[in-house]
Ligand binder design. Structure first.
Ligand code: HEC
Length: 385
């Protein structure tokens, strides 16, 4: 197979510019060499088209062989490989590194290989990670505004809720999530915000606002079941919320709260997906806050601009919560929203929606909710634009 459209990297000495040139020329010459001689198996395509840089074993050919110092990813490293969905990888290999904000040293195979052939090569790359404890990136469904995700993440999210009616309120929640091991994640939640002080009106007729931190929380999550074939991921999590916010002013519960929960993500046909989160809020001091239960579900769909471009995910959530006290009613809200990826690498996202109460509207107000999300494992905030 070697020589079909294998890049010639054997010429010249270590770090020699000719070697790099040979590589570039080799890449440009790919269409001329391809013709009808493209292997029919994933392994054949990989060995012919990808192995010169990525190594026959997927670990990346040594810099002395490839002639450039840009690190080539190690496809045997499940921590990196499992989390990248096929759509990203096929897109990168078909349209080239720069299409996703990566190096131009990763060539575009468009014109040489069909999308199906690139998919075969990517299927073969998948065999390099042999530890199936790592949930596949396909199961990493778009994050909804309220409903939690089952997939363990490395990301930072700042969510803002602004009331559109009633007492003024701007509340933010900074969430930092980090994976550990194949299936686990820890996270810290740091809420802060501004609230209008009721009934205090200054001489010039304006109301006064106060700011404070809210109840800081720490959570652990573990994926207990995942299957790429079934498109299913299920996790259990526990969150401990400390009474660090001022409950008199409305910034906190005024008591410790423990929230055990179950999270479920499901890929549906035709690019639809479903996520749900069900849990309990168990409070330490019943005078401050009653125990409660909640259920949140999100239905969404993802489309892209072009075949591999920017992702658009409209979603709608339905949330229900009820205090376990006497005749408390179930409070329902609906949350229509739209998530978009902001940059080429698609690791920075924005989501905006409206959280509208469906009942008890006299005492519950509508909020505008939005977040900025940064999947920090995929690159810094300034990379990949
Ligand atoms: C000329 C050398 C070269 C060839 C040939 C090559 N690659 Fe790459 N590839 C690279 C480099 C360099 C990177 C790293 C780019 C970066 O990190 O900016 C890369 C990155 C990738 C990534 C991105 C991984 C990620 O998410 O970070 C994928 C997927 C990939 N290559 C697939 C392929 C496939 C499939 C083929 C064959 C059809 C192939 N490559 C052929 C050099 C090459």
């Amino acid at each position: 197979m070697r020589g079909e459209f294998q890049l010639d990297t054997e010429q010249g000495g270590r770090g020699c510019p000719w070697r790099f040139l040979a590589l570039v020329v080799g890449t440009l010459a790919l269409p001329a060499m391809a013709g009808d001689n493209i292997p029919s198996t994933g392994s054949g395509i990989y060995q012919a088209a990808c192995a010169s840089c990525h190594g026959a074993d997927g670990r990346g050919a040594p810099a002395s062989l490839v002639g450039f110092s840009t690190p080539v990813p190690d496809f045997t490293d499940c921590d990196f490989a499992a989390r990248e969905p096929d759509s990203d990888w096929v897109g990168i290999a078909y349209e080239g590194g720069p299409s996703r904000g990566f190096s131009e040293l990763m060539p575009a195979f468009q014109g040489v290989l069909t999308v199906d052939q690139v998919q075969l090569a990517v299927d073969y790359i998948r065999t390099f990670c042999t530890d199936d404890r790592w949930p596949r990136g396909e199961l990493n469904l778009p994050r909804a505004l309220i409903t939690g995700k089952a997939y363990p993440e490395d990301e930072a999210v700042i969510t803002t809720l602004i009331k559109t009616e009633g007492r003024g309120s701007v509340l933010n929640k900074l969430v930092y999530e980090q994976r550990f091991g194949p299936r686990n994640q820890w996270e810290v939640v740091f809420p802060f915000g501004w609230l209008e002080i009721p009934d205090v009106i200054d001489d010039d007729g304006t109301t006064r606002w106060t700011s404070s931190v809210g109840d800081i929380a720490f959570a652990l999550k573990r994926a207990v079941y995942h299957s790429a074939e079934k498109g299913t991921i299920v996790s259990v999590a526990g969150e401990l919320i400390a009474p660090t916010g001022d409950d008199e002013l409305g910034f906190g519960n005024g008591t410790w709260v423990f929230e055990p929960m179950v999270l479920w993500g499901q890929i549906l046909p035709a690019d639809f997906f479903f996520q749900s989160q069900a849990g309990l809020e168990l409070t330490a001091d019943k005078d401050k806050a009653e125990n409660a239960g909640f259920l949140r579900v999100a239905l969404g769909w993802t489309g892209t601009t072009g075949q591999f471009g920017r992702a658009w995910s409209p979603m709608v959530e339905l949330t229900a919560g009820r205090e376990f006290a006497g005749d408390a009613t179930i409070r329902y809200s609906v949350v229509p929203q739209m998530q978009i990826t902001l940059n080429k690498r698609q690791h920075i996202m924005f989501n905006i929606g409206l959280r509208a109460p469906l009942n008890e509207r006299e005492i519950r107000d509508t909020q505008v909710v939005f977040y900025f999300l940064w999947d920090w494992f995929d690159g810094s905030l300034f990379e990949g634009w």
